[in-house]
Each structure stands twice: as structure tokens, then as C-alpha cells.
Design a protein around this ligand. Structure first.
Ligand SMILES: Nc1ncnc2c1ncn2[C@@H]1O[C@H](COP(=O)(O)OP(=O)(O)OP(=O)(O)O)[C@@H](O)[C@H]1O
Ligand SMILES: [Mg+2]
Length: 193
């Protein structure tokens, strides 16, 4: 099962989402769980070097060639973090995806970047957006949810803005983050098995 976390847009929450989805997979009993870090920035790899998570194997694959090979070799639940703005890596990863998770934000969103990402996904592959670092109860969030509904794009999750989730490599994963991302994982896994 390959879950590709991708967006051509940078800084939206791809790496955070990848880590939490992999951790939620371990909590659900998936074994093995492989996190493929296809971003040369290696944010996920660095994060898990500082805070290794039992049950997650990290594979660094910072190019189209290495990422394609790593995805083909990995077994079990596979989560792939991708670099921003790299159409080639994104395209070759989504080509072998069982599900594509597209992190985005509410407010100041460049919808065209998200649409361009969606256009790379093969027909028939399921995908959904996840609104990261959301401010609950704001007009921005309501507007974003209305927008995706109008576009007929599924929203697989709304992750609240939390210092504990933002903490990244400085801290352990937050319980609230894990609960929210578990729901996203459930949507991504729907129809699989
Ligand atoms: N739920 C959240 N609450 C608060 N901050 C968050 C949340 N999710 C992500 N962030 C923060 O947003 C920033 C960007 O997140 P992240 O690094 O995951 O994005 P990215 O899409 O992987 O970025 P890049 O395109 O550079 O790879 C980080 O500082 C992260 O801690
Ligand atoms: Mg990243």
C-alpha cells in the first residue's frame, strides 16, 4: 500500500503529515511501515534520526530514480514524503500510488498549485486534501472547506494548528496529532485490503 504525500507547494505540511501517517500506521498494527523520504532536504529522515519511532523504517531516496526504486522494493504500508516543486518526482511517485494525500492550508492558498498537483494523479487513484495547521472556527477554514466541496475534492482531514504538532524534530509526536492523522490514514486506506 503506497501512500504518497505530495504537493508542488512548499511548506504546507508534507513532512509533518508523512511522519504522523507512518506513526498512525504503526499504531494500527501495520508491519512493516516504511517511510520513504524523497526530499533532498531529508526533513523526515532527520526528524526520525533524532526521535526514532519503533516500527518505522526510513529510506532516504532523494531523486526520481532512487525514489522509484525504493517504492518498488518496499513492502507493507509505505508512506512517501516528496519535495516541493519537483514535478518529476511527484509524477513518478503518484504513478504508483494507491492513495495520494495532498497537504494544504486554509487561507492564502494558491489553489492553482493544488490543482496542478491533482492533475498529475492518474485517473482512478484516490486522493484527498488535508488542511494542515488549521485555525478551527475561522472564516478562512470555512471558505477552504466550501472551496474544496465546490471543486468536488475530498477533504480527508483538518489538522488543527498546534505548537505540539509544529514541534517537529524537537519533540515527540503529539497525541492529538496522532488522533487527527489516524482519521486521515483511515480515509487513505479505504478500499484497500
Ligand atoms: N498542525 C500543525 N500545527 C502547527 N504547525 C504545523 C502543523 N503542521 C505543520 N506545521 C508546521 O508548518 C511548517 C511546514 O511543515 P512541513 O515541514 O511539514 O511542510 P513541508 O510541506 O514538508 O515543507 P517543505 O515543502 O519545505 O518540504 C513546519 O514548521 C511545521 O512544524
Ligand atoms: Mg518537507
Amino acid at each position: 500500500m503506497n501512500i504518497i504525500v505530495t504537493s508542488l507547494k512548499g511548506g504546507v505540511g508534507k513532512s509533518t503529515t508523512s511522519i504522523y501517517l507512518a506513526a498512525a500506521g504503526v499504531d494500527r498494527g501495520y508491519d512493516p511501515v516504511t517511510l520513504i523520504d524523497a526530499d533532498p532536504q531529508a526533513s523526515c529522515a532527520e526528524w526520525l534520526e533524532l526521535w526514532p519511532l519503533a516500527g518505522i523504517t526510513v529510506v532516504e531516496a532523494p531523486s526520481e530514480r532512487t525514489a522509484t526504486r525504493a517504492i518498488a522494493r518496499a513492502e507493507g504500508l509505505v508512506v512517501v514524503d516528496t519535495p516541493p516543486g519537483n514535478e518529476r518526482i511527484t509524477q513518478s511517485a503518484v504513478a504508483v500510488a494507491d492513495a495520494v494525500v495532498i497537504p494544504t492550508r486554509a487561507g492564502g492558498v494558491e489553489y492553482s498549485r493544488v490543482s496542478a498537483t491533482i492533475e498529475l494523479i492518474p485517473k482512478g487513484t484516490s486522493y484527498g486534501v488535508v488542511i494542515c495547521a488549521a485555525r478551527l472556527g475561522t472564516n478562512d477554514l470555512d471558505a477552504a472547506l466550501a472551496w474544496w466541496k465546490e471543486q468536488k475534492v475530498e477533504v480527508w482531514g483538518v489538522i488543527p494548528e498546534r505548537v505540539s504538532i509544529a514541534a517537529g524534530p524537537e519533540a515527540r509526536l503529539s497525541r492529538e496529532g496522532l488522533e487527527n492523522y489516524d482519521a486521515v490514514l483511515a480515509r487513505a486506506l479505504r478500499g484497500w485490503r
